[in-house]
Design a protein around this ligand. Structure first.
Ligand code: PLP
Length: 455
């Protein structure tokens, strides 16, 4: 069947987020097996997976403990719904474990199937919350340019990456409003970090004022922007934004789909890394170490106590998915949490994360590298044609894609997004793996730089 896969894929599989010009030419690379930090394709070539599948295989590939937990659960109870008054053992136990690990008052979880549905859930239930408080005008959501929040119709409306909207319609423009990304590298000329932070906070305040605080329900942000190019906000940014939200009765949604479950060395980054407690945390990906689809939206006691209490007869919290609290996904998440604790994975990330960031800084030696940035095990390398002027390569040059191809040829898979090369390796990688990734990037950059600079 592996021989048939390539042709079957080319004929019938519409791939997500795919450039069909290169797809027509090359078809897909069929990944057929994986172990630890490596994946292998059907031609027998093995690569270091420096993107953890897609920011998700946090504990690495081929963990039989997770697979066995899923298998056991599937044999015992593969599925029964959680609507109304049914539940299952893994979903219930996981809810308690999430509450223990989330910041203080975030004690209640609504399950979905991934990051997009978890973000949709956050907004839909926040609207419901304000409706129940009689604040029917509180509908608007402030998001940020370059933020990525998913691909369902509403999550894509929250998304602020320009390219995601090309050729599509953009619904909810009356609801979703975008402010600037906290992009330190592209901050207005002449501002230092603290001034840029003031600038962003002022902009948000002005936008709330324009929209009317009484009309704004929530602000949503990733603690560190991922797909938008790995953007680390100026010091104090999230805390100050959270304070403004509190003053205006605007709920703060932290989209921790990527930053949660250890990527920044903590269960969740909002409180432990950035010093604020959001009202809602959105989680997916690493929660099940990518072994099974799962989304979890965590709500504070204050929100829970409005949305999940007895209502007038006939009242029903009409939101949910067939697979809310899927037993097999929740079993994968429970096994993931056990391994993170048993193997002190968070401590390991706190040790190897700074090593990765320090070694990546060496890439600044290549003229085409304008910026190297990140936090623990998320990193972005931005390519520029003119470092002094911070001028990007024209998109049609596919600069980051060329580096991706040159690195893959040498056995390392990274991810090109726009002009940025993104890294988000499995959390369990060692320093030797980091050395191999960085050395490969040096070689790949050396190979493609002359043609890029000449072109
Ligand atoms: N939020 C963030 C921060 C993400 O990075 C992603 C996916 O990359 C999503 C939401 C959407 O998650 P999903 O693709 O599981 O729907």
């Amino acid at each position: 069947p592996e021989d048939l896969a390539w042709q079957a894929d080319k004929n019938h599989f519409i791939h997500p987020y795919t450039d069909f010009t290169t797809f027509e030419r090359e078809g897909s690379q069929v990944i057929s097996e994986a172990s630890g930090v490596t994946v292998t394709d059907t031609d027998g070539r093995t690569y270091i997976d420096a993107i953890a599948g897609l920011w998700c295989i946090n504990l690495g590939h081929g963990r039989t403990e997770i697979a066995d937990a899923m298998g056991k659960q599937a044999s015992r109870l593969a599925y029964f719904n959680t609507f109304g008054h049914s539940t299952n053992v893994p979903a219930s136990l996981l809810a308690a474990k999430l509450a223990e690990r989330a910041p203080g008052p975030l004690n209640h979880v609504f399950y979905s199937t991934g990051g997009s549905t978890a973000n949709d859930t956050a907004v839909r239930l926040i609207h419901y919350y304000f409706n129940r408080l009689g604040k029917h005008a509180k509908k608007k959501i402030i998001s940020r340019n370059d933020g990525y929040h998913g691909s369902t119709y509403f999550a894509s409306a929250l998304t602020g990456i320009h390219g995601v909207h090309l050729g599509f319609d953009r619904i909810s423009q009356d609801i979703v409003h975008h402010v600037s990304a906290a992009n330190l590298y592209r901050r207005p000329q002449g501002m230092d970090e603290a001034q840029f932070c003031d600038f962003l906070v002022d902009e948000l305040q002005q936008r709330i004022h324009q929209l009317g605080a009484e009309n704004v329900a929530a602000f949503i942000a990733e603690p560190v922007m991922g797909a938008g190019g790995v953007l680390v906000a100026p010091a104090g940014y999230h805390r100050r934004v959270a304070q403004i939200c509190r003053e205006n009765e605007i709920l703060y949604i932290a989209d921790e789909v990527v930053t949660g479950f250890g990527r920044l060395g903590h269960w969740f980054a909002s409180e432990d890394r950035f010093g604020h407690v959001p009202d809602v945390i959105v989680s997916a990906k690493g929660i099940s170490s990518g072994y099974c689809p799962l989304g979890a939206t965590l709500f504070s006691d204050a929100i829970h106590d409005v949305i999940a209490v007895p209502q007038a007869p006939g009242g029903l919290l009409s939101h949910g998915f067939t697979y809310s609290g899927h037993p097999v996904s929740c079993a994968a998440a429970l096994a993931t949490i056990d391994i993170i604790e048993r193997d002190n994975v968070l401590g390991h990330v706190r040790e190897v994360g700074p090593y990765l960031q320090a070694r990546l800084k060496e890439l600044m030696r290549h003229e085409v590298v304008g910026d190297v940035r990140g936090d623990h095990l998320m990193a972005g390398i931005e390519l520029v044609r003119d470092r002094a002027g911070r001028v990007n390569f024209a998109p049609e040059l596919g600069a980051a894609h060329k580096v991706f191809t040159a690195a893959r040829k040498r056995g390392v898979i990274v991810r090109p997004v726009g002009n940025v090369i993104v890294l988000s390796p499995p959390l369990v990688l060692g320093k030797a793996d980091i050395d191999r990734i960085v050395d490969t990037l040096h070689e790949a950059l050396a190979e493609v730089s002359p043609a890029l600079l000449a072109g």
